[in-house]
Ligand binder design. Sequence first.
Ligand code: ADP
Length: 389
Amino acid sequence: MTDDHVAEGATTPVLVLNAGSSSLKYQLVVPESGAVLAKGLVERIGEAGSDVADHAAAMQAMAGRLRTDGVDLDDVRLRAVGHRVVHGGPDFSAPVVIDDGVLARVHELSGLAPLHNPAAAVGIEAARARFGVPHVAVFDTAFFASLPEAASTYAVPRDLARRHAIRRYGFHGTSHEFVSRATADLLGRPLEQLRQVVLHLGNGCSASAVRGGVAVDTSMGLTPLEGLVMGTRSGDVDPGLHAYLAREAGLSLDEIDTVLNKRSGLLGLSGVNDFRELEQRLAAGDTDARLAFDVAVHRLKHYVGAYLAVLGGIDALVFTAGVGENSVSLRAAVTEGLEELGITVDRARNAARSTAARVISPDGARVVVAVVPTNEELAIARQTAQLVG
Ligand code: ADP
């Protein structure tokens, strides 16, 4: 390989795609520098009255919008396409170059992620037809393939679990991995020496316990419903709730699934799922908003405490994603009263507005509390570039 080649390779972008059932998020990013050449969202794919009939049409729409933004995909020397895939099931514990077999498997895993994997498979198919470069699948579950069996196993009959691939998979793995590495960089300490609790708090929320860069526990499970209180998802409930709702409220299984995924969480408790709106209602004295906030914080404390015990103490507690990076009040509430555990935040540091990775605990605190912005697209671009060389 000539020097020219190396220099060129280091500046050509990776197209990162996140295909949902009716949307396509895209970002054109240079993995080495993190430079974002363009990004956007195609919505209402396949909906009545939309002029984007399917994911193939969405690829065309994306290319058109990129051209409007001054980026011609045919001129840009695309290095590869990186696809976010939610569920890798028991098969995928690392990113893979997509061939027909991988695509078929992503599709077959739809039983485990009916809302996500079918869309990812359709998006991959459309993108492969449009872009003749290597395609890579980066799985949301991969980082948690390392969970010890004691943490990943549900106490249900083993033959049933084996037959249906039932285990705790975990999600948001790309983010947890990226943020735990970025935290080591921020602290200037080797990742291998750090015990971290990472709180990814966006619309979906998850916590992870990371020892030396390896995930040892996480709050999401077989599906992204388990764990923390989220925008519209309940997180942990008594598993007996399903049978109770079926018998007492006459709900079907699909209805129960919808209630717990789409009508619960902050939305179910307060009527709003957006955290900024929740904070506005809190400020106005809304008691439902107060309860929603308190339940979310209580659950967060549960997980922080649990992971402290799992790790035998922690070096860093890290907040990330939309809520974690921005909500001063939530970070204050989660860390309040934990001084005995070495966890405290400096009031001014917590309140300071910034988009940079930063420490918000006082100097010399036993546990570093940090805010570290996540960047899943960059992480996917980097893993994709690494794999295709
Ligand atoms: P997603 O899970 O869809 O990637 P994000 O990580 O973007 O979501 O997080 C979205 C959440 O972050 C929303 O609830 C939004 O209200 C919240 N959020 C964004 N900015 C702020 C802010 N300045 N203060 C409080 N919450 C915020």
